[in-house]
Design a protein around this ligand. Structure first.
Ligand code: NAD
Length: 441
């Protein structure tokens, strides 16, 4: 079967993509709309170990020829991939909103980024891949560093921002001259498979291979001896599995993992602007973003005003079907996520914290059919609360009051996670009031 874009993205049935052709399979994985669980958005073939073998073999066979193409050839082919993503963007946005649960406007932005990842590789090739010469210390000689492709790279992606994470992963790997085996997440595989198919249909056969499936398929790809580099985005537990297998074969890994990202609000921050922007970060995609704000530190003196503004702003969030234009937040992506979020909420409430469940249900009659969770804030959280310690990856946001900036920085850094953090101030270059006051004259 050829890899042209399907005429309709309704009721999609997608096979694996191996060596430039679509390959059917006996077993399929159903993809359901998290906003309406009875609705099957499409299916993908559930991969087998034979599929993994075939995909890796196709990538090995294609890698050398692809590595021999010139940057100009790759740039021209990538421009065509970007054009095709742009041409399909409206349909893809609807499809991915239905499988992922994020509202359509957010997926639309992802697609702009995804096409950009392919269109914009000229600078990447020049900056990252150009050979560099360094003095060797011996007169008349120098050291040259040249970056060469690994050969076959495994690209394993999660479900939360599937398109942009896929494009940002596969475009640089391919631009550098590698062939890839891509594995989408079973919780949002349709859009990723289609983006991969667009690339596979334009690049030489075998350069892009796609095998759908769960952890077993992911494990078979990442532990395959012919795969020389793993690019993985997902959770820490999965990363540990992958790293153990990679260690056995001394292969390189590139990980983008979870975060428990603190926001420190300084006492000179414009609270209205800060609350607006933090809420936008923390509740986008129902909080399922690796670098979303996950805990807020606020000066004791401003805490009351901050809490008031936060409650007011979060209460404006309208939760509903991802295709409902009025919705600013959709459902969470899968049952596991809903159970996790509800458990955290219940335990935080049971511990006696001031938990406010806010926002509006847009279509209450659809509520029970979808994986919806209203946005919540925990106004008096403490550092050792589970909701502060763990990556919630959902629409619950704790606020912790602090006395001094030193304390806030220590609390922000008191975590096992490392990914992102932010500091909110009216004037980032000047010390805030409390620091000025605590300075010796
Ligand atoms: P996950 O780790 O469960 O799954 C990620 C991918 O790994 C999926 O495709 C899954 O099928 C695959 N997989 C599962 N077991 C595997 C194994 N043994 N070997 C190889 N592959 C395997 O993560 P998720 O639930 O899909 O995503 C949520 C997590 O991802 C969160 O922790 C989030 O913070 C993190 N994340 C990080 C970033 C980032 O850029 N830092 C971006 C998005 C998500």
């Amino acid at each position: 079967m050829t890899l042209t874009m399907p005429d309709t993205l309704e009721s999609l049935q997608l096979g694996q993509v191996i060596d430039g052709v679509e390959r059917p399979g006996d077993r399929v994985l159903e993809v359901r709309n998290p906003g309406r669980r009875s609705e099957i958005v499409g299916t993908v073939v559930d991969g087998t170990l034979e599929d993994v073998e075939a995909a890796v073999a196709a990538a090995v066979a294609a890698a050398r020829g692809w590595a021999a193409t010139t940057p100009e050839e790759r740039i021209a082919l990538f421009a065509r991939i970007a054009d095709e993503i742009d041409a399909a963007a409206e349909d893809l946005a609807t499809l991915v909103a239905r499988e992922n649960g994020s509202v359509r406007s957010i997926i639309r932005r992802e697609l702009i980024g995804a096409s950009h990842a392919f269109r914009d590789i000229e600078g990447y090739l020049a900056e990252k891949l150009a050979p560099r010469d360094y003095p060797s210390g011996t007169p008349g000689s120098f050291v040259r560093v040249e970056r060469k492709p690994f050969g076959v790279v495994a690209c394993i992606v999660p479900w939360n921002a599937p398109l942009i994470l896929t494009a940002n992963k596969i475009a640089p790997a391919l631009a550098a001259g590698n062939a890839i085996v891509l594995k989408p997440s079973p919780f949002a595989p349709l859009g990723v498979t289609l983006i991969g198919r667009i690339a596979a249909s334009i690049l030489p056969a075998g350069v892009v291979n796609i095998v759908n499936g769960g952890g077993e398929v992911g494990g078979a790809i990442t532990s395959h001896p012919e795969v020389r580099k793993i690019s993985f985005t997902g959770g820490g537990e999965t990363a540990r599995h992958i790293m153990r297998a990679a260690a056995e074969q001394l292969k390189g890994v590139h990980f983008e993992l979870g975060g428990n990202d603190p926001a420190i609000v300084l006492d000179d921050a414009d609270l209205e602007v800060t609350v607006d922007r933090i809420v936008d970060s923390a509740f986008r995609r129902s909080g399922q973003v690796c670098f979303a704000v996950k805990r807020i530190y606020v000066p004791q003196a401003q805490a009351e005003e901050f809490r008031r503004l936060l409650v007011e702003r979060v209460d404006r969030i309208a939760v509903g079907d991802p295709l409902d234009e009025r919705a600013t937040m959709g459902p969470v992506n899968n049952e596991g996520q809903l159970t996790k979020v509800q458990g955290l909420l219940e335990r935080t409430q049971a511990a006696g914290r001031d938990v406010r469940v806010l926002g509006t249900k847009l279509s209450p009659e659809q509520w029970e059919e979808g994986l919806f969770s209203l946005p919540a804030v925990v106004l008096d959280a403490q550092q050792d609360d589970e909701i502060v310690r763990e990556e919630q990856f959902g629409p619950i946001l704790p606020v912790i009051a602090y006395e001094t900036e030193e304390e806030a920085i220590a609390l922000a850094n008191d975590t096992e996670y490392g990914l992102c953090s932010s500091v909110w101030s009216r004037s980032p270059s000047t010390p805030s009031r409390s620091r000025r006051a605590s300075r010796p004259a």
